[in-house]
Design a protein. Structure first.
Length: 374
């Protein structure tokens, strides 16, 4: 089930909203309407404060989106391939299909976001000053003043030199250029990121004890999130480094169990799923790979109809993007698995199925290399 709502495409990039986004949107709007705006612009009605809170929240997330779009635009101009940006509970995430191979590329992508946010802060400040000089639209002036402040806060927060924040990516790029070792650079930036995350967690707990429940909880949650992402970022670099250069043909599973398109689902359940315990099977027709039948495909059909339903009627046609060659690398396989959200990929040789590579195969390879101290 999709966790994100697709909104629109900008510069060829899909913009989506994770369901958790509505949580923070509501909290921000409520906090502004109940606390911030009544204190800085007293004497207005409840309805006006609510409207100010909603408009400010929309502008805030528009700024976050522009921040992420700036990263994505620069990344795509430099040869990366960013297809989607998802706004969720902690902000926005641009989904990269690969990491930069050059520290200068990493640096340019990292600083694009803070530069865009700085330009937004300056633009909103300029408009606010015009409104203040003519003493018109005080409500709009208060909203723009808040957006100026929040953009400055976003710059300061994002430029903290801890991975995965923009400042952490800048630190990683500089250390990478200096040492030539992305793994060491990522380890250092991740350690700084985890240190900052622990500080946020400690600060949040302190806020809880002093009575600031909402602020304290948010600091703790963001700290836990940053700690997990910092650890995951370093782990990802280690995995990619260990898989780079390993040829699929040397580690794939051969002798693949296949099924025919004219088999019934009942036969597949009895003779294949129960016997081999795989979650899916490649479907072959005239010795060519034509699709994949998964356990979920079978579940979608009423059990009474299994005996009369053919595999070809419910299988998923093979996606050409999901096919690997024997010369592909293990890193290629992992990248495609993550991009397509699958756990197994077929391997073809001279147009015929010669093997299967799975995440389990890649994890076994990682375990062997760890056991051997490689």
């Amino acid at each position: 089930m999709q966790r994100a709502i697709k909104l629109l495409r900008v510069m060829g990039i899909q913009i989506s909203l994770d369901y958790t986004w509505f949580i923070i949107f509501g909290l921000v709007a409520w906090t502004l309407a109940q606390g911030y705006f009544p204190s800085v612009s007293p004497g207005l009605g409840v309805g006006v404060y609510i409207a100010m809170g909603i408009v400010s929240s929309i502008l805030l997330f528009a700024c976050v989106l522009i921040h992420e779009l700036s990263h994505s635009y620069v990344a795509n101009r430099l040869g990366m391939d960013i297809k989607e940006i998802t706004l969720f509970i902690f902000g926005g995430v641009a989904q990269l299909t690969k990491e930069p191979d050059d520290p200068k590329v990493e640096l340019k992508i990292a600083i694009a976001g803070p530069i865009a946010t700085g330009l937004l802060a300056a633009s909103f400040w300029f408009v606010k000053e015009i409104l203040d000089s003519f003493a018109i639209y005080p409500v709009a002036s208060s909203i723009f003043n808040y957006i100026v402040i929040i953009n400055i806060v976003l710059i300061i927060f994002n430029m903290i030199p801890g991975f995965p924040l923009d400042g952490g990516r800048v630190l990683r790029a500089i250390w990478w250029m200096k040492s030539g070792d992305i793994q060491k650079a990522t380890m250092i930036a991740s350690r700084v990121g985890k240190g900052f995350a622990l500080f946020l967690i400690f600060f949040g707990l302190l806020q809880l004890f002093t009575g600031n429940i909402i602020g304290g909880l948010w600091a703790v949650f963001i700290g836990i999130f940053l700690q997990q992402v910092a650890e995951g970022g370093y782990r990802e670099v280690v995995i990619k480094k260990s898989l780079r250069g390993i040829i699929i043909g040397n580690i794939m599973t051969r002798g693949v169990i296949t099924i025919e398109g004219d088999f019934s689902l009942q036969r597949i359940v009895d003779e294949y799923f129960f016997k081999y315990h795989f979650n899916s099977f490649p479907v072959i027709s005239s010795s060519k790979l034509v699709g994949v039948l998964s356990l979920n495909d079978v579940r979608a059909i009423s059990r009474d109809a299994w005996g009369t339903t053919k595999v070809r009627d419910v299988m998923k046609p093979i996606d050409q993007q999901a096919i690997l060659s024997q010369e592909s690398t293990a890193l290629d396989a992992l990248t495609k698995m993550v991009e397509l959200g699958v756990g197994r990929l077929p391997v073809l040789g001279k147009g015929r199925l010669v093997g299967i590579i799975s995440r389990r195969d890649l994890m076994k390879l990682m375990a062997f290399k760890t056991d051997l101290g490689i």
